[in-house]
Design a protein around this ligand. Structure first.
Ligand SMILES: [Zn+2]
Length: 473
């Protein structure tokens, strides 16, 4: 199926690899490159380094061959360096987001793969590293990752999660239902052999399925996360899971008469969560159990925000990226959500913000994602910026929200020696914005340049190239 002409690269160029100069960038990458110099100095810039430290004003960030060489108020700039005066701008680390997807909801539990639009939208939004929170077309995801790694397509570095590992009971035709626990183990063995480096369990697995997945994945050095229901958070932590998706509003731990290995009815889940006191002993004891077991929690506030009546819709910029029919479908459903005055979501959303704060305050590793599923409206790049804004609404400071969206994710993936903060020796994955997100978190939307491995990408060109296409391909 794949031809060289269609792939748009002559063999010699592909072999040149990402370190080559602008002229040799792949034709599918070059149009989006705005800054490409072996040595580069970003001057007079405010630095938010990703560690949670206060911002540092009027800094120079020196970059050479894709790596940060030095950061500080008085860095010596080599004569051959390209100098960018970034007065009035702020630079923070490239976002490391852990619940992303390369597919989008098409309605009626169907999904469309987004191999063209999504990698570009993620990069344009400042995401330079992402983990997928489960895949439907896993080979497509693996090939996208490969093309980005080889520099033949633009996009973030991707930690590809295998297909959903799910028991019977999910009404989504593109997800396999496990036949037995052996099936779960075989899926990990097979897909890690194919290149998947993370695994995601879902709402109807049993405890023995989860145990088998954790054992097989850990034996291969891979981590396991889950959007769970049939298995409680506490049980999953005891079974060695590494991460739990979506935070506490999906936890079945609070359902009084929960049956083992059975996902409770959603009405019972909602009732239990509405009754839960976020500062109460039950919540605190679960939080402490997760912190003790070193289980990370992935905050995915944008997808939940779409369920809350009265919350703002996706921004016009995000809607413009969507195929008109897809945009209209989202707006139609949202208009129904907006008038649902019996919805439990205003309270659930408020509670989730409190519980995520409590988890972080009690020493938990909170990481970030967006989950571009639900009924739509969670558009890559734009939603990742919205995630940071919602963390500030939850009570985190701007620099803390950025740490949760950068260094914390890198720490979870075990790549914080290489990415996730701005420091000498690290990969030059950086986001340059106009303004100061430590004062106005919404300034994270004012992206001017996204650097990945020291190459600067023009977000506007990336976004314009997929205008009206997201949701289709
Ligand atoms: Zn998801």
């Amino acid at each position: 199926m794949l031809t060289l002409a269609r792939a748009g690269c002559a063999l010699t160029l592909c072999l040149a690899g990402p370190a080559a100069f602008a002229a040799e960038r792949s034709p599918l990458v070059r149009p989006y490159v705005s800054v490409d110099a072996p040595t580069l100095a970003l001057t007079h810039v405010r630095v938010i380094d990703g560690t949670g430290a206060p911002p540092a004003a009027d800094q120079t960030v020196l970059i050479a061959n894709g790596r940060i060489q030095a950061v500080g108020p008085s860095v010596a700039i080599p004569p051959d360096a390209k100098v960018l005066d970034l007065t009035g701008r702020t630079v923070f680390p490239g976002l490391v987001m852990l619940h992303e997807h390369l597919f989008y909801p098409a309605g009626e539990n169907a999904y469309n793969q987004q191999e063209i639009s999504f990698p570009k939208l993620y990069l344009a939004g400042g995401v330079t590293t992402m983990r997928t929170g489960g895949s439907l077309e896993t080979y497509t995801d693996l090939n996208i990752k490969k093309a980005i790694d080889e520099g033949t397509r633009p996009g973030p570095a991707i930690d590809v999660t295998g297909p959903y590992i799910e028991g019977p009971g999910l009404p989504i035709l593109s997800v396999k239902a496990l036949r037995d626990t052996g099936d779960a183990r075989r899926m990990v063995e097979y897909w890690s052999g194919e290149g998947a480096t993370s695994f995601k369990t879902y709402m109807h697995v049993t405890r023995s399925d989860l145990r088998a997945v954790v054992e097989a994945a850990h034996a291969r050095g891979h981590k396991v996360t889950g959007h769970l229901c049939s298995v409680t958070f506490r049980e999953a932590a005891a079974l060695g899971i590494d991460n739990l998706e979506h935070g506490f509003v999906v936890a079945s731990d609070f359902v009084k008469d929960k049956k083992p290995d059975v996902c409770p009815d959603s009405k019972d889940m909602t009732a239990a969560l509405l009754a839960l006191d976020p500062d109460g002993a039950e919540a605190v004891s679960l939080i402490d159990a997760l912190v003790k077991a070193k289980v990370a929690i992935t905050s995915t506030l944008p997808v939940f925000e779409t369920l809350v009546p009265g919350r703002p819709p996706a921004t016009d910029r995000a809607l413009d990226a969507l195929l008109p029919e897809v945009r209209d479908q989202y707006l139609r459903i949202r208009s129904r959500v907006a008038v649902d005055d019996k919805s439990p979501w205003p309270k659930l959303f408020e509670k989730e913000l409190k519980l995520e704060r409590a988890f972080a305050a009690r020493g938990g590793l909170l990481v970030s994602g967006t989950d571009p599923t639900g009924y739509g409206g969670v558009v890559p790049g734009f939603a990742n910026q919205r995630q940071l804004e919602l963390l500030v609404e939850a009570g985190f400071s701007g620099v803390e929200a950025i740490r949760i969206g950068t260094l914390n994710g890198a720490r979870y993936l075990g790549i914080d020696d290489r990415v996730g903060s701005i420091a000498a020796g690290k990969q030059a994955d950086l986001v340059v914005v106009e303004g100061d997100p430590s004062q106005r978190i919404a300034d994270v939307e004012k992206v001017e340049t996204v650097f990945r491995e020291g190459v600067g990408y023009d977000p506007k060109k990336l976004i314009d190239s997929v205008k009206g296409v997201a949701g289709l391909r």
